[in-house]
Structures are given as structure tokens and as C-alpha cells.
Design a protein around this ligand. Structure first.
Ligand code: FEO
Ligand code: CA
Ligand code: CA
Length: 657
């Protein structure tokens, strides 16, 4: 993402913010307003039932965001503010190489899909070219393709019968259309265009050869017939969100890849691990891939599933480099992996484990980032300390190390080696008393203030106080049940000038409690000026723009027929926690991963799973014919196509302000 690139060029994040901010002055930005917000203190609110008093009193003045807020709507189209343009830059099946075949559902197969932009794009980052520059007119899009819905991709299939009816060519298409796309783009006048003959363009998918590194590499539990060394894997699955390192590599979180495996999970050896990893029988075998690749069936290859659900590091600057699964970062349902540089030069990666009652994690490298020698950072993510978050009611939080042999992580408890820890990360975190969260997704350091913003999507199963020690409300997840989700703000020591993201103790606060402020029963909390268009539920991804505003996307069929959308808000000053509705994707879709060019004049986002709901009753669309939209093509025979969009201001100015 843009934030990460700034960090790479200038390791001090505070300085990076100041420089970005400087460019905004040319846009007529009110310096005093920004600084006032930026320097506002961040006293920690006590949690004794009166969380967020600070937000409720910050009601004077206005947001730094000046776009005209949208009016809520849910239909087959997407919507953006007056005075802005929206370009659909890349659709599923679009050519990304000179020889890519035209998108054609009648002939598409694995080899074709490997030459085209993938399906259900999620993570999106803009890496300026040349690497290390602040270019805002040329760069690489680093994009993940999380999953596929075959019954919405191909005609004649339904949710009921598609597993049996999929042809081998369609299965191969799905395997090739998920994973990662790396695509060079350049700006041509007011529009962006794909550079099909770009040197770096690449597709990575369910068959791409990769390496496994870190504590679990070579472990017996990762050995298979095709890989007796336990250090190689073919493919990446369920690539959800991610991050970009300061040396310009992409991190991709594998989120719940067990869904694609077939067979009887009860035949697997370690049933405790299987259950702790979140097995869901109903979701089994969602692509029928074992029909063409037997390794994806438990009975054929009982260890194959252990090779997935890691963080994958990909070097976009070398299309021949094998991606590497970095096991030191733990195995879980990885959402993203956002990166910062601590004041001492160590790298810090923040990760959410996106399931109900799962945890927030952090990885701090042993060694320091070398900004002058890219190659020296190549294996930084193999050595370091994985930790998990524990929140206290006094407004502090602690990062508890997950290290074999430390504390309760003994050999007797099953953690004789660090491989044991990273292969069963959730169980290790259980033992040290981590705080169970309400399905944490977006988790991002703010490039200016050094504070972190975390999105808990929702957790209907969260219990009220006192009913269960583990599942009841806790200081950081204060509503039970929690159908609407919330945002937390974590504050490292020495923020904002030298935020120490590697420190063990942070402070924290509730930033927003989602829901409808017009309904007292929602117990929501935002800036009091929040409009009926501006409130939201189910926060998922969070982006930070170069002026320091956060952009929150939502994911979940919200109540009252709302569409998922994108909301922007200040984090400091009079507009703190005042969300404004900026973009509405077509029905059934979520917008993912808002990311900006360094000059903030282009906003890139993924539009994932358009049409997944029916238009009339918002129930699941069970076939292409039932899809709530065929955006963006709207052709008679065209499916809805997940796409990457770009938002720009018609006057060429900074997006949002
Ligand atoms: Fe892939 Fe947690 O969303
Ligand atoms: Ca997500
Ligand atoms: Ca989600």
C-alpha cells in the first residue's frame, strides 16, 4: 500500500506523514485544522461502562473530508460522489499479458485463466515504479483473489449441483483464477491503463510452486508424497488481505483454505488441531479440486492441508522468484499482514485471525531492516517473535510472546519446539490467556500518528457479561451479542513522533461502536454529527490515506437492506470518528482494501463478489440467473465480474478532500 511504500523510502513513519501532508497544502488544505487534529491528545478512556466519552464530546467543527456524502441506496450499480470519476480498471478475465486470450465463458480453462486477471479480488496495493520512488502515475497493482463462486461464474450451475456439474476445465479455471495478480499500470491523462507487456506482470495461483521457510520448514507434519522435504508447496489458497513490506514485497494472508479440501477430516491424525483450526463440515470441498488434484483430499494426502493458512511473501520485482510461506508468522485464518518499522529498525507485522473469538497477533523481526540493501531483507521474516494481544480494563494491552519453552508453552503442553507453536498457533494463544476478539479483520498502523486501527466485523455469539469467562464481553469487545462490529484504536509508546510498534505494552481505546445511532438498542458510538447515511456495520478493511484519514470498508449483509459501502473519517481533531459515506459497490459485493497513490489523487479498491445476493430479498443468489447484478458489463449473457476500480476527483485533486 501507499503507506508502506512511504515507510520503505523513509523509515521514519512520522516523517513520511509530514511529507505527504506537505503536498496537501497545495490542495488548499487547512493546515491548522490538520495539525490540531494530529496533535490532539489521546487520553485513554476508562472502560467502566462509559467507553468513548471522549468521542461524544468532540462535537464542534467538521471533518477534513469535503466530498458530498452519498445517500444510502442498494441497487445493481455502484455509486460515488459528485465531482468524482470512477473507472473500472480490471475485471475478472481481463487480459494482463500481450497473449492473454479474450474472456470467453465457453472456452475458458486453466491455461486461459492463468493469463487473465483473477476472480474476487480483495487485497489491493499500489507499488510505485520505479521501486523506491513516489510515482503516482506508474506502478504495480498487487492484488489477491480470495475465493470463487463457480455457480455465479458459469451458466447452468446452481449452488446445489455445481460441485458435481463443474467440468474439469471449469475446476482448473477456478484454481487459476484465485491467488494473486501483479499488474503494471500507468496513468494516461485522466485514465489508468494496464501495461500488458510490463516486465513484472504475473499470476500466482493454486498450482504455483512455492517454498516454505521458518520454524515449521522441514517439519514431518509438512511432508507429503510430492514433497518429502516439507519445504515446498504447490499453490496458495484463500488469499484474503495482506500488506507490503518496506523492501517492496507483498504479503498475502491465507484465510481458511481448509474449505477447499475434500474427504473425511476425521481421518486426519491430530483431531484437536483440526478442530482448533476451525473446521466447518458444511464448507468442505467448495471447488471439487480433488477431482483434478488428488492431493486436495485428506485420504490421499493427510498433510497437504498443513501447507496452507500461512502468510505468503511474494517479490513482485522478480517474476521468477518463488513465493515463500513464512511460518514464523503463525498458522491461522490470516486476514491481513500490515507492516511497519519500529524506531530501532526492526520490522513489525500486525495480523488479525478472522474468526469469532480469535486473536490479534504481532510479529517482530529479530533483525533490523536495511533500507540501503534490498537483498539483505530477503529473509527477515524468518526470525523473530510472534505475540498475541491481551487487553486489560485499565486501558493498557500487552503483547504476550508465543515462544516454545516460555511460560505455559512447555513440551508437556505440546510446545516442545517453535514448529509446534507456529503449527498450532491458536492453541498456544489460548494457553497464554489472549483476549478473544469479535472476528478481527483490518488491522493497520496509521502512517502519521503511529496508532493502530483494528476492525472487529461482528460476533453474534458474543455473550453478555458473566455468562462464560471466554465468550462473554471483555474490555475490548464490550457488546454481547455484537451484531454490528466495532473499531479499536491501539496506541504504542512514543506515538506520534517515534511510535514503538515493537514495545510490549500499548494503550488502547474504543474508536467506534458500529450500528445505527438512531436506534438506542444498538448502543453505537461515533461522533455525534454522524448522519443517517454515515453510520455503518461490519467493518472489514481499513486504509489510511496520505492525509491521515482512515477509509473503512464493510462486509456483511447489514440490516435494513443496506448495501456494503466505504466510509471515510478523521482519526484526530474535531472530525474524529465522524464517518462519511463515500462509495457504494453494486449489490451483493463488498469493497476491499482502499489504497492510494502517494499523491492521494487516485484511490484503488477491489469490488469483490458482486451479485452474490438476490436483488429483491437479499438472500444468497444460487445461480448466475439469480445474481443481483451483472455489473459492470450488464450484458445479456455476462456474469457479474469482480473488478478493480479507481476513484479520482474530476479536478485532479486529492481524493476525499
Ligand atoms: Fe477474507 Fe476475513 O475476509
Ligand atoms: Ca476481509
Ligand atoms: Ca470479511
Amino acid at each position: 500500500m501507499t503507506d508502506r511504500q512511504k515507510t520503505r523510502e523513509r523509515p521514519n513513519p512520522r516523517r513520511a506523514f509530514a511529507q505527504s501532508y506537505g503536498s496537501l497544502l497545495n490542495e488548499g488544505f487547512n493546515r491548522r485544522t490538520v495539525l490540531k487534529g494530529f496533535l490532539a491528545s489521546s487520553a485513554v478512556a476508562a472502560m467502566g461502562g462509559s467507553f468513548g466519552v471522549r468521542n461524544a464530546t468532540a462535537n464542534e467543527g467538521a471533518s477534513t473530508l469535503t466530498f458530498t456524502e452519498l445517500t444510502r441506496v442498494r441497487d445493481a450499480q455502484d455509486h460515488w460522489p459528485e465531482g468524482y470519476d470512477r473507472q473500472v480498471l480490471l475485471r475478472w478475465g481481463d487480459a494482463i499479458f500481450p497473449d492473454s486470450p479474450e474472456f470467453d465463458l465457453a472456452t475458458i480453462d486453466g491455461p486461459a485463466a492463468e493469463r487473465q486477471f483473477g476472480y474476487n479480488n480483495d487485497f489491493t496495493a499500489f507499488l510505485p515504479l520505479p521501486l523506491g520512488s513516489s510515482a503516482s502515475d506508474r506502478g504495480l497493482l498487487l492484488v489477491s483473489h480470495e475465493y470463487a463462486s463457480p455457480f455465479l461464474m458459469f451458466p447452468g450451475l446452481s449452488m446445489e449441483d455445481y460441485r458435481d456439474k463443474l467440468t474439469d476445465a471449469q475446476i482448473r479455471t477456478v484454481m487459476a483464477a484465485t491467488g494473486v495478480s501483479i499488474v503494471e499500470i500507468k496513468r494516461n491523462g485522466t485514465l489508468w491503463e494496464v501495461v500488458k507487456d510490463g516486465d513484472y506482470n504475473r499470476r500466482i495461483h493454486m498450482g504455483t510452486e512455492m517454498l516454505i521457510s521458518g520454524p515449521a520448514a522441514g517439519d514431518d507434519r509438512l511432508k507429503t508424497k510430492a514433497d518429502p522435504t516439507g519445504t515446498v508447496v504447490f499453490g496458495t489458497i484463500s488469499n484474503c488481505n495482506g500488506g507490503v513490506t518496506p523492501w517492496g514485497t507483498m504479503l498475502s494472508g491465507e484465510e481458511g483454505s481448509m474449505d477447499v479440501f475434500a474427504g473425511d477430516y476425521r481421518t486426519l491424525g491430530n483431531q484437536e488441531l483440526v478442530e482448533r483450526q476451525g473446521w466447518d463440515e458444511d464448507e468442505n470441498d467448495i471447488y471439487s479440486v480433488s477431482r483434478v488434484e488428488p492431493r486436495f483430499k485428506f485420504e490421499n494426502e493427510p498433510n497437504e492441508w498443513m501447507k496452507f493458512d500461512w502468510v505468503v511473501e511474494i517479490d513482485p520485482m522478480d517474476p521468477t522468484a518463488k513465493p515463500i510461506k513464512r511460518t514464523a508468522l503463525g498458522r491461522m485464518t490470516h486476514e491481513g499482514a500490515q507492516v511497519s518499522v519500529a524506531p530501532d529498525g526492526r520490522i513489525v507485522v500486525f495480523m488479525g485471525d478472522d474468526d469469532d473469538f480469535e486473536y490479534l497477533y504481532r510479529f517482530v523481526t529479530r533483525d533490523k531492516f536495511n533500507p540501503d540493501d534490498r537483498a539483505a531483507n530477503k529473509d527477515l521474516l524468518d526470525n523473530g517473535t510472534l505475540s498475541v494481544a491481551k487487553f486489560a480494563s485499565d486501558g493498557t494491552m500487552e503483547w504476550i510472546p508465543l515462544v516454545a519453552g516460555e511460560g505455559p508453552l512447555t513440551a508437556d503442553a505440546g510446545f516442545a519446539t517453535q514448529a509446534d507453536v507456529v503449527l498450532n498457533t491458536r492453541a498456544a494463544a489460548d494457553l497464554v490467556g489472549a483476549t478473544p476478539m469479535d472476528a478481527p479483520e483490518g488491522f493497520i498502523p496509521h502512517t502519521g500518528t503511529g496508532k493502530l486501527y483494528v476492525a472487529m466485523t461482528e460476533n453474534e455469539d458474543r455473550l453478555p457479561a458473566g455468562e462464560d469467562d471466554f465468550e462473554s464481553v471483555n474490555p475490548a469487545n464490550p457488546r454481547g451479542p455484537n451484531p454490528h462490529g466495532h473499531l479499536l484504536e491501539l496506541v504504542p509508546p512514543d506515538a506520534p513522533l517515534a511510535p514503538d510498534h515493537a514495545a510490549n505494552i500499548f494503550t488502547w481505546d474504543v474508536f467506534a461502536l458500529c450500528g445505527n445511532p438512531g436506534k438506542p438498542e444498538d448502543e453505537s458510538l461515533y461522533h455525534p454529527d454522524t448522519t443517517q447515511n454515515g453510520w455503518f456495520t461490519d467493518p472489514d478493511n481499513i486504509g489510511v490515506d496520505p492525509a491521515g484519514r482512515i477509509w473503512v470498508t464493510t462486509d456483511g449483509p447489514p440490516p435494513d437492506g443496506m448495501a456494503d459501502a466505504v466510509y471515510a473519517m478523521d482519526t484526530e481533531g474535531p472530525g474524529r470518528a465522524l464517518p462519511r459515506l463515500f462509495y457504494i459497490p453494486p449489490t451483493g459485493s463488498e469493497a476491499c482494501s482502499p489504497t492510494f497513490t502517494p499523491d492521494a489523487t487516485s484511490l484503488f479498491m477491489s469490488v469483490q463478489h458482486p451479485g452474490e445476493l438476490r436483488i429483491d430479498d437479499m438472500e444468497d443468489a444460487e445461480s448466475m440467473a439469480e445474481a443481483g447484478t451483472s455489473w459492470p458489463d450488464f450484458g445479456e449473457t455476462m456474469p457479474a465480474r469482480p473488478s478493480l476500480v479507481v476513484l479520482t476527483r474530476r479536478n485532479g485533486g486529492v481524493v476525499g478532500s
